[in-house]
Design a protein around this ligand. Structure first.
Ligand SMILES: *Cc1c(COP(=O)(O)O)cnc(C)c1O
Length: 366
């Protein structure tokens, strides 16, 4: 049987006792981020002999896994994050899911995991969203956040790539990441911890990168900052990115800059979208290294007027203050800058189907 453009790989096994409509409404009033999950999930199995098989959209249940499963010991795990939106005309759409599918496979290759055909990635996301179409919060900034991920499930303590994997997609109803609009965040620059080294896994979206970033994030919070920003591992000088967001700099001549993708930075789809929007508007958008000393000097001289972080979850987050062991400086007025607000606006308008979409980023699914 065909489903849209796909043959049906994911059988539909409806939840026997889904959350009632009134309970669901109650959960969707103020869902925050990543705590409200929908009734179903997508699941697909892989083994070396059978390839990908036994796909289903099924009730979201706890997993039963052998405690020797290699993901628990050697962290062979990758994930993605993308959002589905309800458009003003009532339709549903994913934002650039093909880019997530490609990046998922790039991460898989780096982690010695099997490729997942892009159609399966797209089909799993689309079918899950269509199944959970009642789980979109009807609040400003609300969306359905999708979390596709793959884990090594072979029960074997020897060190080698697993011969079995599970691919799953969870859906979580989310509100605007920053309640009451984007608030400028403060950053602690980590001079002790690094996130990724040349030849390492910095450009793969793997849980391991997050595990090692948490202690640095914890330090930032303990010192009274919102987020940590990492420097390069070799020289401890070049700004790379936050724990889970890329970074942009805005200059007084109207140009913008972001660190280049040299292997240690996660190639964000939001980052790429902002570069594209900027260039479409005729702005100069550089992908060049930027040093922490330069950031400080430029912020103080007024050459640098804004900075912001970006990623799927929070979209665009203004940066108001930056500090390290012996410095502390404000960015612009410390509040949301003009260009920062404009990028947030432009991107949100495309994602909601309110603006022209010249690059075909919205994938309508119903
Ligand atoms: C996911 C992620 C980003 C942002 O990527 P988007 O595709 O824009 O969501 C940035 N940095 C890291 C480390 C990430 O894991």
């Amino acid at each position: 049987m065909a489903w849209g453009q796909f043959s049906v790989t994911f059988a539909f096994e409806p939840h026997p006792a889904p959350v009632t409509a009134s309970e669901r409404e109650a959960r969707l009033v103020d869902p925050a981020f990543g705590r409200v999950f929908t009734d179903h999930m997508a699941i697909l199995h892989y083994s070396e002999d059978k390839g990908w098989h036994d796909g289903a959209i099924t009730q979201r249940v706890s997993l039963t896994m052998d405690p020797a499963s290699s993901v628990f010991h050697y962290a062979q795990e990758i994930f993605e994050g993308l959002k589905a939106y309800r458009l003003d005309d009532g339709g549903l759409a994913l934002f650039r899911p093909d880019a997530n599918a490609r990046r998922f496979n790039a991460s898989a290759r780096r982690m010695a995991m099997p490729d997942l055909p892009e159609e399966l990635f797209l089909e799993s996301c689309e079918r899950l969203v269509l199944t959970e179409r009642d789980w979109f919060p009807a609040i400003e900034g609300g969306s359905l956040y999708l979390r596709p991920f793959m884990i090594a499930s072979e029960a074997f303590l020897g060190v080698k790539p697993s011969a079995e994997f599970l691919y799953m997609v969870l859906a979580s109803s989310v509100g605007a990441y920053w309640k009451g609009g984007a608030r400028a965040v403060s950053l602690w620059v980590s001079h002790d911890y690094t996130r990724a080294a040349p030849g390492g896994t910095g450009e793969a979206k793997c849980g391991g990168n997050y595990a090692t970033s948490l202690v640095a994030q914890q330090e930032a919070i303990r010192r009274g900052f919102d987020q940590v920003v990492f420097l390069d591992a070799a020289e401890r000088r070049w700004i790379e990115e936050l724990g889970g967001m890329n970074i942009f700099f805005v200059f007084d001549d109207g140009s913008i800059q972001t660190p280049p993708l040299t292997g240690t930075i996660l190639p964000g789809i939001t980052r790429d979208s902002i570069l594209t929007i900027a260039r479409d508007e005729g702005l100069v958008a550089r992908e060049e290294p930027y040093a922490i000393d330069q950031w400080r000097a430029d912020a103080q001289s007024g050459r640098l007027v804004e900075s912001f972080a970006c990623g799927t979850a929070a979209v665009v987050t203004p940066i108001g203050r930056v500090a390290g062991p012996d410095y502390d400086f404000a960015i612009g007025s410390g509040a949301t800058g003009q260009l920062t607000a404009r990028f947030l606006d432009r991107l949100t308008a495309i994602q909601r189907g309110r603006a022209p979409d010249p690059h075909g980023w919205l994938r309508r699914i119903g």
